[in-house]
Design a protein around this ligand. Structure first.
Ligand code: SAM
Length: 258
């Protein structure tokens, strides 16, 4: 019997087409990639997951608005911030501490990161007051982002997203057309999207993607210093610190929603 020929996988067909581009992005994938858990949680962290997380978790369904999350009166104008993949939550907690009248929503599927963020939210073991303006989703950021009303966000953050450096994994990168269209829809005009990376492959990819979204985002850089030096009001993340310790360059991008 002759060997059965299988139709080429779209990936293989693209590889033959001499381009790294493949259609699809995280909004089209029906699963999350990356680690969901790491080392066993310490007792104190598990305690925060059991007691604090249920109090500040984003509801699992329905619209995600400032009145529903923070109990604000309808019409109150609390600026909302959304962080995709907050890791250990250093940036989210730092920003929330700087801006106590603003509301912060962070999403992270890695339970150990959620536990670390809860330590910051609870006041870092009594070193500072607890943060009342943070809400957390343990899971996919895009699932929550879709439930935020259009034009409701003042800031969106994507800091050191998983690089997925191989071209065949490019569709797993958060910096892609689907997530960007979603971020653009949720930001109000004049709202800000901040992106940071230390990964050269991701940098080139991100610049290419952002060029396709010039109708939605204006790059706020005036000079090289603006993307080479961490801007004020941008707390360092764990990945950023790790990257710098390894001698990597880090690039910072601020885009204004048009
Ligand atoms: C390289 S880490 C960076 C973490 C943090 N932003 C920092 O700079 O330290 C990327 C993070 O994105 C998270 N992530 C991946 N896919 C995600 C998704 N769909 N929604 C939310 N977070 C996601 C991962 O779990 C991981 O913690």
């Amino acid at each position: 019997m002759p060997p059965r020929r299988l139709p080429p996988r779209p990936e293989a067909a693209n590889a033959r087409g001499m381009t790294a581009y493949k259609s699809g992005d995280p909004t089209t994938l029906n699963r999350l990639y990356g680690r969901a858990k790491g080392k066993p949680l310490r007792a104190g962290q598990q305690d925060l997951i059991d007691t604090l997380l249920p109090q500040i978790a984003v509801p699992t369904e329905g619209p995600v608005t400032a009145p529903l999350l923070f109990g604000d009166a309808e019409g109150a104008e609390r600026p909302l911030h959304f962080e995709i993949g907050f890791g250990g939550g250093e940036h989210m907690a730092g920003r929330a501490d700087m801006l106590p009248d603003h509301g912060f929503i962070g999403a992270e599927p890695f339970i150990n990161g959620v536990a670390q963020a809860l330590v910051h939210v609870s006041g870092d073991h009594g070193r500072s007051p607890p943060l009342a303006n943070v809400r957390i989703h343990h899971g996919d950021a895009l699932e929550v982002l879709r439930r935020i009303p259009d034009g409701a966000l003042s800031f969106a953050y994507l800091l050191h997203p998983d690089p997925w450096p191989k071209a065949r994994h490019a569709k797993r990168r958060m910096m892609n057309d689907g997530p960007l269209d979603l971020i653009a829809a949720k930001l109000k005009p004049g709202g800000e999207f901040r992106f940071g990376t230390d990964h050269p492959v991701y940098l080139a990819h991100a610049l290419m993607v952002m060029r396709r979204h010039r109708h939605q985002f204006e790059w706020l850089a005036q000079s090289a210093q603006d993307f080479l030096v961490r801007p004020g009001g941008w707390p360092e993340t764990r990945y950023e610190a790790k990257a710098r310790a390894q001698g990597h360059e880090v690039w910072y991008f601020r885009y204004r929603r048009i």
